[in-house]
Design a protein around this ligand. Sequence first.
Ligand code: SAM
Length: 272
Amino acid sequence: MSSATGNIGNFTTVDRAPDASWFIDFMDIANALPEYRAMKDDLNATLGDIAGRTVLEVGCGTGDDAREVVALVGAEGRVVATDLSETMLAEARRRSEGSDLPLEFRVADLSGLDFPDNSFDGARAKLVLMHCEDIETGLNELVRVLRAGGRLSVFDYDFDTTIVDHPDEAATREVMRCFSDAHRNKWSGRQLYRRMLDRGLQDVTVSPHTVVMPFEFFRTLAAGRLKTAQENGELALTGEQLSQWWQPLLAAQEQGRFFASFTGFVVGATKP
Ligand SMILES: C[S@@+](CC[C@H](N)C(=O)[O-])C[C@H]1O[C@@H](n2cnc3c(N)ncnc32)[C@H](O)[C@@H]1O
């Protein structure tokens, strides 16, 4: 993975990044984390029985999840997978080349979906709403395009659940606050339940998923954000103190003792 660790906050502007392939590599690493298997299975199960149904996957990225959903809808069903980024969709199309799947990729901004009301039997959004500039509109759009009885299935992290084992409690609290604050919708995970209820959705289900972060993954996620926050005066640590803060973590990694995790929530709901 490149050192472009400052990129990570910009999942809404992938196509304008100097190295857009960095986002593809990052998602491949994230999606390969062992806990993601259970989370993806939970997201899919939360959609209910979708055999023969039409399902929308928003913010599909490289399309790997969409291909899994295709397997669930079967030959009689259909999956429409959308993303804001042409780069992501080009990769998604490349990975689907040569297959004859009922899967269509389309450029679409979640905040203004080009689909009629009540078009889909199910809709799925993994790690997307937490990046959206307007999360309320994004959710409204997902609900709008869902048919009555259709099931919505969403996963987002709650970044205030991020923990790391570090000897300096006070500095770590400050660093973790700053890390969380650097995310656009840092509390999306905890807010999804209420947001579904606010929209009159029914049968709302919530299941937490904690992901253990390997050191390199944690560093990729946090280092750029923390550096930028420190330079902008948003972190109550000097540059020297911040680089000192990383030292015990590097040592822990060398000794096989590094531990960090964060928690997100699969939230499902039915449109009445
Ligand atoms: C963290 S990635 C997740 C990709 C995929 N869902 C996965 O889990 O592998 C976020 C994706 O959402 C897309 N995205 C961000 N904002 C969006 C928006 N407003 N509408 C549609 N897609 C968006 C990004 O281009 C990116 O592909």
